[in-house]
Design a binder for this molecule. Structure first.
Ligand code: AMP
Length: 431
């Protein structure tokens, strides 16, 4: 690998993929990076190609024709559609979970049953295929209940209901109105856990688990965790709730047993395993697994990663992760997501973004693009989440202060962002 420089393809076009392309571009092992479909920010450091993330045939033909040495898959949808299997069947080296492995994210029922089989801590639950049986069960429960559509629903298929009535309404949205389509053919109804959430991402080659720095995201649209869930409005790394003891329990009690369990069940897991966790009195419980890098968590994580990411991605594919280590910047990082007015509902597109250069030229700040596109010389909004402004700082408060200084340089009509990203970490650390 040291001899020949690599051609890399990154699949996706959001903030996660911009962060991946930005990190991969720093590798001395890489000659050229393509991104499908990419965005305006990615276009400045990679060659964007307009192939959609679900066009597996088009993508694999492109990779073959351009002799791509390494493909890195960002979003969950192509993973669950089997992009890694399709690429591997053509002899293309691909970083990501196979279709059978990514079921851990694609089906919440599969995930919960797996956790139960291996005795991994998670909320108590029941699964229903019939709306009336689910409704009858909800009526036996007291207090908050969590109702989850089984399949992929862009992070919106989970409803934390405070009352029976809210839980029944959620059930009807999922199973009757079919708001999430066939993802709602089955529901998981589970106990509501309390505590503090954290995200824990790890690289794995199917045997070895190599953790990334811990992180925490902010899912709700408004400050103080108000309003509906989004894809994520900001994140920071590390998450102080994941202290050394909790870290050990996550690795030994959750990540390693899951990787072993998946291998034992004929679903060897290679790629990134992302655990969404609730830390309750120092004990981690699994809320969900994702089969890919978290967005926006990956943005503060990768800005802190000092090691070259390319040998790690390759080791996950080769089964040689055992010998790898990751060096982390000891500083803290914060990512503030700037979104379109109306998001996570309907939103307008095409507003001119101003102030990008002033923000991006600040030291220890990277402005990752999500929903942006170039029109002539201008950069326009083109998605719900538009930018992930990411900053490093000596301590979380410096990272927050620097991140928001960069955010304030950027404007477009109706821009929205939360003003309290990182506040939970500050509170925990005592300000
Ligand atoms: P998920 O997609 O399963 O991670 O759920 C999305 C969000 O819903 C999580 O980040 C939590 O905030 C919340 N959530 C999911 N399951 C539970 C649970 N059992 N108890 C409390 N909150 C939950």
């Amino acid at each position: 690998m040291e001899e020949k420089k690599l051609k890399v393809l990154v699949v996706g076009g959001g903030g996660r993929e911009h962060a991946l392309v930005w990190k991969i571009a720093q590798s001395p092992l890489v000659e050229k990076i393509y991104c499908a479909p990419g965005n305006a920010g990615i276009g400045k450091i990679a060659h964007c190609i307009s192939i959609g993330v679900t066009d597996l045939e088009g993508l694999s033909r492109f990779a073959e024709d351009h002799r791509i040495d390494l493909t890195v898959v960002g979003p969950e949808l192509p993973l669950t559609l089997g992009i890694v299997d399709a690429f591997e069947s053509r002899g293309l080296r691909t970083f990501g979970a196979s279709q059978k492995a990514s079921e851990i994210e694609g089906s919440k029922v599969f995930c919960k049953d797996l956790l139960k089989r291996y005795g991994i801590p998670s909320a108590a639950y029941e699964v229903f295929q019939e709306r009336d049986e689910a409704a009858a069960y909800i009526c036996t429960r007291e207090g908050p209940t969590v109702v989850k559509a089984d399949g992929l629903a862009a992070g919106k298929g989970v409803i934390v209901a405070q009352t029976q009535r809210e839980a029944l309404e959620a059930l009807d949205r999922i199973m009757m109105a079919k708001e999430f389509g066939s993802a709602g053919d089955r529901v998981v109804i589970e106990e509501c856990l309390t505590g503090e959430e954290a995200s824990f991402l790890a690289f794995t080659d199917g045997e070895t688990v190599l953790p990334m720095a811990s992180s925490q995201d902010h899912k709700r649209i408004f400050d103080d965790d108000q309003g509906p869930n989004t894809g994520g409005m900001g994140a920071y790394s590390p998450a102080p709730v994941v202290d050394e003891k909790v870290h050990g329990r996550i690795v030994e009690g959750i990540m390693i047993p899951v990787i072993r369990g998946m291998a034992a069940e004929g679903r060897p897991y290679r790629g990134v395993l992302y655990a969404g966790l609730m830390i309750s009195d120092g004990e981690p419980y699994v809320l969900e697994f994702n089969a890919r890098f978290g967005d926006p968590e990956v943005q503060p994580i990768l800005i802190r990663m000092k090691s070259d990411i390319v040998p790690i991605l390759a080791a996950c594919i080769n089964g040689t992760l055992e010998n790898m280590e990751i060096e982390w910047d000891r500083r803290e990082a914060v990512c503030v997501v700037m979104s379109s007015p109306g998001y996570p509902g309907a939103y307008p597109k095409g507003y001119v973004i101003e102030g990008l250069e002033a923000a991006a030229s600040m030291d220890d700040v990277v402005v990752f693009h999500a929903g942006t596109e170039m029109k002539g010389e201008k950069i326009l909004t083109s998605g719900g989440r538009v930018l992930g402004v990411t900053a490093l700082g000596q301590g979380i408060s410096e990272a927050i202060e620097r991140g928001y200084r960069a955010v304030e340089k950027i404007r477009w009509e109706g821009v929205h962002y939360r003003r309290d990203i990182g506040k939970r970490a500050l509170d925990r650390l005592g300000g």
